[in-house]
Structure formats: C-alpha cells, structure tokens
Design a protein around this ligand. Sequence first.
Ligand code: FMN
Length: 334
Amino acid sequence: MRATLAGALGLDVALLQSGMGGVAGAELACAVSDAGAAGCVGGYKLAGDALSAVLGRLTAGTERPVGVNLIPEVVGPEELDRQVAQVLDETPERVHLSFFGMPEDAVLDRVVAAGRGLVVQVGSVEDGTHAAGRGAVVVAQGTEAGGHLLGTARRDDLVAALRDRLPDACLVASGGIGSPEEAGRALAAGADGVLLGTAFVVAHESRAHSRFKAAVTAADEADTVITDVYEIGWPGRRHRVLATAVTADPGQPKNFIGRTVVEGKPYLVPRFSSAVPTEATSGRIEEMAMYCGRSCGDISEQLSAADVVAAFARVLPGAETVKNQTRMESNVSR
Ligand SMILES: Cc1cc2nc3c(=O)[nH]c(=O)nc-3n(C[C@H](O)[C@H](O)[C@H](O)COP(=O)(O)O)c2cc1C
C-alpha cells in the first residue's frame, strides 16, 4: 500500500515547510506545524548550546509533529553525527529529521532505529531509491527550486521517474511550487505532497530580512538565476537566487559587506557568503544570497504561515481532515 505523509509523519495536511538555515527558526516551524503541516527549523551549522536553544524553543513552541533539517555536506560526517545525536537526545519522538542530500547509511539507520520520522531531499532517481529503501519520505527536488540544487532534472520529470520506480513510497515534490495550481501539477505527476521553501521565506514568522521578503514578492521567475557565486561557507554546489549585482559581476572583491548575528554570536558577512540576510543582518542586503525559487512568480504577498498552509490545504491530501476539524471547531464555538 502507498505510504502517506499522514502515516509517516502524522500530518493533517500533506505539506512540508523546508528547514532553511537562518530563515526558518522555531517561530516559523511551530506556526506551520500548528496549522496541520510539518514545520521544520534549519539546523545548518548550529552546534552545542546554540542548537540546544533552538531545539528547546521548537519543542516548547508546539505539541504537533515538527522537524529539524540538517545538511550533511556542509558540516561533514563527524559534526553531522554530533548534530543528529543532540536532536535525538534533546527532542521527543514527534520531532523528525530531514536531510538536504544523502547522509551515510549509518545516519539514516540511526534515525529510523530511534523511531523518528526521516525525510531526505534528493535530486536524482538513484538517491531517491536509496533513501526510500532505508525508510525515508523522499523529497524530489527539481531545478525550479530556490536555494542549493541537488540535481539537474525538472521537478515533475523527477517525481514521475521516482513514482515509476517506487510505486509505494511516500514522495514529496519540491521546487517552483508557489500556488495551489502548481501543487496540483506536482500531485498529478505522482507526488503525495509538496515541500515549499520560498513561499515560507515571505511568511510573517520567517526570519528573512524585510528587504529579502520584499524582493521575493516583487520578483518573477525571470528574476532568478542559477549560479555558484555564493560559495563562502558552502562551496561547490549550484544555487538558485534572485539576480543581484554580485551574480552579474562575480569579479568583485571578497571584502566584508555586512554584519549578522546567529544565536547571539556576531559575524561579519563577506561578499559571496552563502549566508542569507536575516532580520539580524545589516549592510548591503541586496548583494547577499537571496535564495529564491521560480515559485516567486506566484508569490506576491506576505502572509502568516497558517494562511500559506490553508491556501494549499484545499488541494492537498488531508484537506478533508482539516476542513472537518475547522467545521467541528466552529460548531463547538457556536
Ligand atoms: C531561502 C532558502 C533557504 C534554503 N535553505 C535550505 C536548507 O537550509 N536546507 C534544506 O534542506 N533546503 C534549503 N532550501 C531548499 C528547499 O529545501 C527547497 O529545495 C526549495 O525551497 C524548493 O523550492 P521553492 O523555494 O521554489 O519552494 C532553501 C531554500 C530557500 C529558498
């Protein structure tokens, strides 16, 4: 029988919010989970006390299933082991782990053995097949996606190829989904649900800098480019961003163009840094890495996370549950 996101992660709405380093903190993740979908914090390079602080806010902020996103290739295997151990130790079972790209099998097995939900975002049929075989919900990322790109296939081609290979797997489509209609196309290609990044960058609860949010709502697809210039901190992987003076002229000097703060610790931001501008960042925001999917063409207003989930819930599996719940709640309050 085909797996569902309700079964795998306990969701009412078959929608995952991407864990986005710097942008997706506990406030966004908890708001998304409280709305019936899966919120997720970006773990990125957080470690030790800084990671503990985020995990504490995450588990105190919602009673619902929620996730923590980690990026194996950014931290390397030893640091990833430490991050995974900390998440498993410091959070309850309803907290799932989500990975950007494939970690080693031992990591996948450890998460499953701990009884946790496991989500892996992939860019190829090979990786998707491998992750599904280890018990993961597979997120198929197409090149329409904002942020770093795992493969070279278009979203619905990858979803269809994976569905062909994995008729029973729980498959989530990612990349370029900014409207319920686009989500419908991904479901028609064979997905069981969708993952959204850019649509949540502009949510009220997101930590993205206000000028980054405004640039996303003003942009359309043609304002995004695939580049590899924002490589300081995460080298060697192409990413889709809003076109900037830096993507137009990568020959500029690598001097500092701003300052930021991560969990209370100050950092200087060099031009070409992979770090996104957050509400704690100052300086030349418009030159920084504003990751953005082709989905921006359909995203024109800043909404609450709950309103984003509600807009998509009407086309996604599980929508009936939410509608019934809302009906029951309004009956009770009458
Ligand atoms: C601002 C931003 C930051 C991102 N950071 C991460 C991250 O830390 N971890 C991750 O797994 N994916 C990250 N992604 C990629 C998403 O998981 C996903 O592939 C992408 O957002 C889907 O396309 P969309 O933006 O058109 O919805 C990020 C995306 C954006 C837009």
